[in-house]
Design a protein. Structure first.
Length: 148
């Protein structure tokens, strides 16, 4: 029985990591798309092309990956009983919530760009693009090192 539980955990972990990679790729790509999209005139054909690219990235890669990584991650955490007493896990979970909120914000910004609204500068978008990298680095340290 222990062998079966251990194998289940390893499959959950592998699936979780696969979808984290897919999702993080999207979190890095979408803000770059926004930078290029903002440079296009709101009524231009190029604007429509960028809108379509962003929509496909969100719909085909990012949203499904987000759902899968949450389901697999919570299943893995439940199977290992991380919820009570694992402070590092709670901090990691909070950071994943921050990245999830960032994802939702970007989906909203995509809709604003599609309507022709340019709320942020290219420089601001480039700075915002650093959020997932820094957050992912902290999450990896929490998971691997478990500093507390």
């Amino acid at each position: 029985m222990e062998w079966a539980l251990a194998m289940t955990y390893l499959w959950l972990k592998a699936g979780h990591l696969i979808f984290v990679i897919f999702w993080m790729s999207g979190l890095f790509m979408l803000p770059r798309f926004f930078v290029y999209h903002q440079e296009a005139a709101p009524d231009s054909p190029e604007n429509a092309v960028w809108t379509d690219r962003e929509r496909k990235l969100l719909r085909i890669i990012m949203w499904p990956s987000l759902v899968a990584l949450w389901v697999l991650g919570l299943a893995m955490a439940w199977s290992m009983d991380f919820f009570p007493g694992s402070f590092w896990f709670h901090v990691k979970l909070a950071l994943v919530l921050v990245l999830t909120a960032y994802h939702v914000w970007m989906a909203g910004y995509h809709k604003a760009l599609a309507r022709g609204e340019r709320r942020l500068s290219g420089k601001a978008l480039r700075m915002i693009n650093e959020i997932p990298g820094v957050t992912a680095a902290v999450i990896v340290i929490l998971v691997i090192v478990k500093p507390f």
